[in-house]
Write a new protein. Structure first.
Length: 198
């Protein structure tokens, strides 16, 4: 069940997929946020490939050093501050601590907001596929792992973290349109629309 406190202002919400596809086509800088296991990295990479956008993974390019060593927070922020100045990108990552610098440079937000059981299944499936290896959107040497803390994070995302995401978007990107994808079907429909000639 969605947390009612985690809703965006109606003026920001794009509910029509055709309208969203047009917004994404016109956007120079796109942010993709959402709970782990929901499919945001896969979606980001597909959109990046379709439109020739540089793909920025916050996990790979900002947060983690090889072997799951966390990069210094000040250095993380400096990297983000540099990358957002680029003319075109699609940025995959949810952490709200840098919304204040990321959202003002964002033209369109896609919030991948799948049901938590689907996110749990996504994380488990991903772990089974990549066990002992590193996914493309992770830093080198960050072999795929799964533990109870991570599963708890996914299970409680809507209650604990979605309100922070919604508040951060409303505060730091009040004029940025937001599409919320709440099912795999919606995601497939959006990708189908983006694959059609403009």
């Amino acid at each position: 069940m969605m947390d009612q406190r985690a809703e965006l202002p109606l003026r920001q919400q794009i509910t029509d997929l055709d309208q969203a596809a047009e917004g994404i086509r016109a956007a120079r800088r796109i942010r993709v946020v959402g709970c782990s296991g929901g499919g945001k990295s896969t979606l980001s990479r597909k959109i990046a490939k379709r439109f020739g956008l540089p793909y920025i993974s916050l996990d790979r390019d900002v947060f983690w050093l090889p072997g799951w060593v966390a990069r210094d927070r000040g250095e993380q922020r400096n990297i983000i501050a540099g990358r957002i100045l680029e003319e075109h990108w699609i940025m995959d990552g949810t952490n709200p601590s840098s919304f204040d610098i990321r959202l003002p440079r964002t033209d369109f937000v896609i919030w991948v907001r799948m049901p938590r059981l689907l996110c749990i299944w996504g994380a488990i499936s991903r772990w089974a596929k990549w066990i002992g290896r590193t996914r493309p959107e992770m830093a080198p040497g960050c072999f795929e792992k799964l533990d109870l803390e991570f599963l708890r994070y996914i299970w409680t995302f809507e209650e604990k973290f979605a309100p922070r995401v919604a508040a951060g978007i409303a505060e730091h990107g009040p004029d940025v349109p937001v599409l919320q994808l709440k099912s795999r079907r919606q995601m497939r429909e959006l990708l189908d629309l983006l694959d059609r000639p403009a």
